[in-house]
Design a protein around this ligand. Structure first.
Ligand code: MN
Length: 216
């Protein structure tokens, strides 16, 4: 196991939108404005809640820049909403009484400028309190995540490749079919040291709103 390093590789917080598609940037811009309007927040209030600069948030709302997934997480934390809420919904979530086959391959998209593809397989369900994401980490990807809202728990299961997961201060190696449950409200991280993409499922459980507090 490598020495513990909590540093992310240098990476711009936002890059011009050529990496993520224009369509995704526009959908994110629309969604952000919608969330901000729902809360009656000014750009400054939203920026303060998310811990990002007003200029940066403004650029994202105008679809002028494409944030990293880490920045999306920070914004989701500020708005106290699941990550999936910031991503466009290609199809509605199938209710159990209306079964619908989901295709991770069809939903997979690069929502941000960093080397992670996200497939929001099952969007946040407020009654059940979880969302299920398929994540693809491209070779060399490394991200130490800021803690999510209090009480958030992640269940990570590797589908393909070899993942290294930072959990309780140590990087642990997970092979195909191996999973780990971790406290999302503490520092944690994901990296792909290999040369092939790593594909994993991340089932994220959010406690009831009355117990949860934005990570800040
Ligand atoms: Mn996380």
């Amino acid at each position: 196991m490598d020495a513990i390093t909590h540093k992310n590789p240098p990476e711009p917080e936002a890059a011009p939108g050529h990496e993520a598609s224009r369509e995704l940037a526009l959908a994110l811009a629309r969604r952000l404005r919608e969330l901000r309007t729902q809360r009656g927040w000014s750009l400054q209030q939203a920026a303060d809640a998310c811990g990002v600069s007003k200029a940066m948030l403004g650029q994202i709302e105008r679809a002028e820049s494409s944030p990293t997934v880490a920045l999306l997480w920070r914004i989701a934390g500020g708005f106290a909403c699941p990550l999936g809420d910031l991503l466009p919904a290609p199809t509605p979530t199938g209710a159990p009484e209306r079964p619908e086959v989901r295709s991770a391959a069809r939903m997979r998209a690069r929502p941000a400028s960093d080397a992670m593809l996200v497939s929001p397989l099952f969007r946040f369900d407020p009654d059940l309190g979880f969302e299920l994401l398929e994540l693809t980490l491209l070779p060399g990807y490394q991200r130490v995540s800021e803690p999510h809202a209090r009480g958030v728990v992640e269940h990570v299961l590797v589908l393909r490749g070899r993942l290294e997961l930072l959990c309780e201060g140590a990087w642990r190696e997970l092979g195909e079919g191996e999973g780990l449950r971790l406290a999302g409200d503490r520092e944690h991280g994901y990296r792909n040291p290999g040369e092939q993409p790593v594909v994993l499922l991340d089932l994220i459980h959010y406690p009831r709103a009355r117990d949860a507090a934005p990570a800040g």
